[in-house]
Ligand binder design. Structure first.
Ligand code: NOJ
Length: 553
């Protein structure tokens, strides 16, 4: 079991900050780095007690994709603060034992990036081949150029945009304002690696790699096979040529060697589509890969049980997974999981989901606001900011990611303690009651449940790193698993239903004592702990009481 300090990426909890929405210090309605620094105590050892923060992009950006269109990878967006603010953030986070992970967007840049400005200017300048430029496949009868292949933008339409200056198309897997870099050009890699080294030198502890498995494309840019009907145009192709190329492994090794030059640094790759097998294949020591299979499940024991088994089978005992139930691209878990069933209580489900997140095998990634059970915020289409949401329609079905990016409510009152100005996007309607201050004062809140769970993890390392086994709870609506290390064992029971559930887990030996759970009071534990009856949506973490014999042995 990994217990040394440098294995924090395995034992710790990573908290995702969406900086625009976390805390605004200057009243412009947009969250910033000084605002984040001012709220570090919420995250530090006297608050939630997380181990690292991952910051969604904080670099200068025209903001077409809210920071995922980077105009300078080595600088701080003035909207977010200054260079000095960033260095202070790293210092102040480290002082509280919090590591800092940056979001590296290296598949593409903004079209406002000086590299792209140079590249688009001519076919034979120094940066001419830093992006993927191609001649038209042909011309239509009207003389208009046809794109080089059938590739699609994930955000809708063709992945190719015509650039009259060069008389060529350029490739963009996302928006036209996000041209894809040419990773096969060594100078591009060298420039990106030097940026990575620069951030490491500034004390950054790790990186999240945006859509890393799309860095390389088929060298001949062959069209993707078409599979026919699917609601989203993107799903009508098999994406064998625009991502997941075999020679990517070599480039990842190059990148990882740079990160590995420094002790205790890590990375986590954002898998751009693909299941747990693909995620496991790309995973290596100190380099995690998101597996989004849990995020895609309905709130049922059957669905989660199947997904957990598939992950465990894919990763096996030697590869370390991540646990992700939400992020800045998906519906929030209280809304997504909590409103599926009629009369379900989203807060109760949010607490049970917290137990799942914090006790499965893998590094938990907790998205800001989930710790207070934030809901998706309905943004009227007239206020939509997310670019694909603005162009969504029957021919391009798309969900609105604005809904999961609403400002963090810190306290009751106007601006919810997030800003003294007008928030860049709507606050949730319940911010007067659903905020950090109110929940900190309520021992039964979602926040206090998270705090208790994180404390239990810190006090019981087996919960973080122990071997994982799923066991039969004796009840189809209740999932059960154990985490074990030597004589130490934890037992987790999660009731997925709104009804009481009697459980008599098979194959475990107590006696058990409660470590943490969704409820402040414990279910009636018989002597020895089992069998017991869980209350609706109740989840408990039990620890095996070490007998005198076991302790002396
Ligand atoms: C994945 C990010 O999570 C998403 O927010 C972004 O729009 C795309 N990559 C493009 O960078």
């Amino acid at each position: 079991m990994a217990t040394d300090e440098s294995a924090w990426w395995r034992t710790g909890v990573v908290y995702q900050v969406y900086p625009r929405s976390f805390a605004d210090s200057d009243g412009d309605g947009i969250g910033d780095i000084p605002g984040l620094i001012a709220h570090l105590d919420h995250l530090g050892p006297d608050g939630l007690g997380i181990d690292a923060i991952w910051l969604s992009p904080i670099y200068p950006s025209p903001g077409l994709d809210l920071g995922y269109d980077v105009a300078d990878h080595a600088a701080i967006d003035p909207i977010m603060g200054s260079d000095g603010d960033f260095d202070r953030l790293v210092r102040e986070a480290h002082d509280r034992g919090i590591r800092v992970i940056l979001d590296l967007v290296m598949n593409h840049t903004s079209d406002q990036h000086p590299w792209f400005a140079a590249s688009r200017a001519s076919r034979d300048g120094a940066r001419a081949d830093w992006y993927l430029w191609r001649d038209p496949a042909s011309r239509d009868p009207g003389g208009r150029p046809r794109p080089p292949n059938n590739w699609l933008s994930f955000f809708g339409g063709s992945a190719w945009t015509w650039e009259p200056t060069r008389g060529q198309f350029y490739l963009h897997t996302f928006l036209p304002g996000q041209p894809d870099l040419n990773w096969r050009q060594p100078a591009v890699r060298a420039a990106l690696y030097s940026i990575v080294r620069g951030w490491l030198a500034r004390g950054v502890d790790g990186f999240r790699l945006d859509v890393f498995n799309a860095f390389l494309k088929d060298p001949d840019l062959a069209s993707n096979p078409v599979v026919g009907a699917a609601a989203r145009p993107w799903d009508r192709q098999i994406h064998v040529n625009d991502k997941d190329q075999p020679d990517l492994a070599y480039l990842l090794d190059q990148f990882r060697a740079i990160v590995d030059e420094r002790k205790g640094r890590m990375s986590v790759g954002e898998l751009f589509e693909g299941g747990p097998e693909t995620a496991a294949r790309y995973t290596s020591e100190r380099h995690l890969v998101f597996d989004f299979s849990l995020i895609e499940q309905d709130w049922s024991a059957e669905a989660f049980g199947r997904a957990i088994d598939a992950r465990e089978a894919a990763f096996g005992p030697d590869r370390w997974p991540t646990v992700v139930l939400s992020n800045h691209d998906r519906s929030r878990q209280a809304t997504r999981l909590g409103t599926v069933r009629m009369r379900a209580d989203p807060d109760a489900i949010a607490k049970a989901a917290a137990v799942v997140l914090m006790t499965l095998r893998g590094t938990p990634f907790l998205y800001y606001g989930e710790e207070i059970g934030l809901r998706d915020v309905m943004i009227p289409s007239s206020e939509a900011i997310d670019p694909p949401a603005r162009t969504a329609g029957p021919r391009f079905p798309w969900w609105n990611r604005d809904q999961c990016r609403s400002p963090m409510p810190w306290a009751p009152g106007p601006g919810a303690g997030f800003t003294t100005g007008r928030p860049w996007i709507r606050l949730g309607v319940d911010h007067e009651v659903r905020n950090v201050a109110c929940q900190a004062a309520d021992p039964e809140s979602v926040l206090e449940t998270y705090r208790r769970l994180l404390r239990a993890r810190r006090a019981n390392p087996t919960l973080c790193s122990g071997r994982f086994a799923r066991i039969d709870s004796g009840n189809a609506d209740v999932l059960a698993w154990t985490r074990s290390h030597e004589d130490d064992q934890a037992l987790v029971l999660v009731n997925f239903t709104g009804d009481p559930a009697r459980v008599a887990p098979v194959g475990v030996r107590g006696p058990w004592r409660p470590l943490a759970g969704t409820h402040l009071s414990w279910p009636d534990l018989p002597a020895g702990g089992l069998p017991l009856t869980l209350r609706p949506y109740e989840a408990v973490v039990l620890g095996r009481v070490q007998t005198a014999l076991a302790q002396s042995g």
